[in-house]
Design a protein around this ligand. Structure first.
Ligand code: CA
Length: 441
């Protein structure tokens, strides 16, 4: 729709238009009655045309979705974009944190001690989580620890403003508008006021970091005061997280992963590959690193083998519950960190195989490796510096073709070998940076 017919529609839809703010459009042609009266001027009036234009359009969509105009008038009035959110959304760290360093950072002695103490304090909630939701309470505690340091760091961003900023920016408009509408629904229902809806810049709220849509669908009142207070009640936050994992398909009674060992000469191209039972893996010599047998409930689980830091690091068989933890954050690092921390809360010892020393790879190293793989005919997907499943799969195929251990782990050595094969790979060199002039005096 062009701008003029949009205005006409707006005019026709307004029961009480404010004609003095409108350009003369006369005579009014017949137009179908729109379903949603949207304001002719932006409800925000921030002075930023992009933001105000989005807010005006959003208003119409929100009314159509059933949100009352009084609520929208009140909550959108005076809203301005938050530049911190756009900065945080666009940041791309120059160096990726090595996998083992991330996990070691998650599993500190301090955190283990706090978790074990909190576990004792919240005994009745823990029991309820395990009986009612059928979820590992240790894993829920692990989520709580990793998300907010047991509720200590919940974020202090105004979620309504953050989501409006992201929506207006457009890169993640559908996600942000869905979250904004859900946040407004929470406010409109009277369950919590806007001042309570604070969280991370990305919209995650409370002690277990629920985005607004997840709050609406999944948060629960565990302590029985009639409010789903994921900010002020650890019981509510933990039970809500348990509910999320239960809805995500948590298999009651099964664990989430076990550290395993593989025999010499093992075919590492099986990592991130087939999902098979522990018995199937045992026939290939893949056994629990602690030497213990699998519990009955785990014996039917279809497990995936991973070696996240390659052949020299720890290996794991991931059970389906690992992938349920990823409902929170779809990263192997995250789910492995939460799960290993949970194991320590439950009294398990440290890993048997230590994490190897890893040299951090720069963005340029990672893009170079991807471009070299592509040039050699091993498709890593987009050369974006993100080492995902496609890149690791391409790397395994290249390693296998060169007679190397096909563990799909991009080490500095592999970057060097790839660059030697394709000397032209890599991003163009950055332009020289002008040296800042030192003030004199
Ligand atoms: Ca409550």
């Amino acid at each position: 729709m062009d701008r003029r017919s949009f205005l006409v529609l707006l005019l026709a839809g307004c029961a009480d238009p404010t004609p003095n703010l409108l350009p003369a459009v006369s005579p009014l042609p017949a137009a179908p009655t729109p379903q949603s009266p949207a304001p002719v001027v932006s409800p925000t009036q921030s002075g930023d045309p992009g933001f105000d234009g989005w807010a005006r359009d959003f208003y119409g969509r929100a009314v159509k979705a059933g949100l009352p105009s009084e609520l929208l008038d009140r909550e959108l009035a005076g809203l301005v974009s938050d530049p911190r959110v756009l900065t945080l959304d666009s940041r791309q760290p120059e160096f990726a944190k090595p996998f083992g360093d991330y996990i070691k950072g998650v599993i500190s002695d301090d955190r283990i001690a706090i978790g074990q103490r909190k576990r004792a304090e919240l005994a009745s909630v823990i029991t309820d989580i395990e009986t009612r939701y059928g979820v590992s309470a240790d894993v829920v505690m692990g989520v709580w620890a990793v998300e907010t340091g047991f509720g200590a760091v919940m974020g202090s961003f105004d979620v309504v403003r953050c989501m409006a900023t992201l929506a207006a920016d457009g890169r993640r408009r559908q996600f942000a508008e869905d979250q904004l509408m859900a946040a407004l629904k929470i406010i409109g229902s009277g369950e919590f006021p806007r001042s309570q809806l604070y969280g991370s810049w990305a919209g995650a709220m409370g002690q277990t970091q629920f985005i607004p849509t997840t709050f609406l669908s999944t948060a629960v009142d565990e302590d029985g005061d009639g409010k789903r207070d994921i900010w002020g009640s650890s019981a509510d936050a933990l039970a809500s997280a348990a509910n999320l994992l239960a809805k995500g398909g948590w298999v009651r009674g099964q664990t989430w992963a076990h550290e395993v060992t593989v025999p010499d000469g093992f075919d590492y191209s099986l990592t991130e590959g087939p999902r098979e039972t522990p018995d199937w893996w045992a026939r290939l010599g893949v056994v629990r690193a602690d030497g213990l047998p699998w519990i009955t409930a785990d014996q039917t689980a279809k497990c995936m083998l991973i070696a996240p830091t390659g052949a020299t690091g720890p290996k794991f068989l991931l059970l389906p519950n690992h992938f349920v933890i990823r409902k929170y954050n779809n990263a192997t690092t995250y789910a492995l960190g939460v799960g290993l921390l949970a194991d320590r809360f439950g009294g398990a010892g440290p890993l048997i195989q230590a994490w190897p020393y890893e040299i951090p790879l720069s963005l340029a190293d990672r893009i170079t490796a991807q471009q070299a793989l592509a040039a050699l005919g091993f498709d890593p997907g987009e050369a974006d510096g993100v080492i995902g499943v496609n890149t690791r799969s391409a790397l395994r195929a290249w390693q296998k073709a060169r007679g190397m251990i096909a563990d799909g782990y991009l080490s500095m050595q592999m970057v060097g070998l790839l660059k030697a094969e394709v000397p032209t790979a890599g991003p163009p060199p950055a332009p020289p940076v002008a040296q800042p002039v030192q003030p004199v005096g």
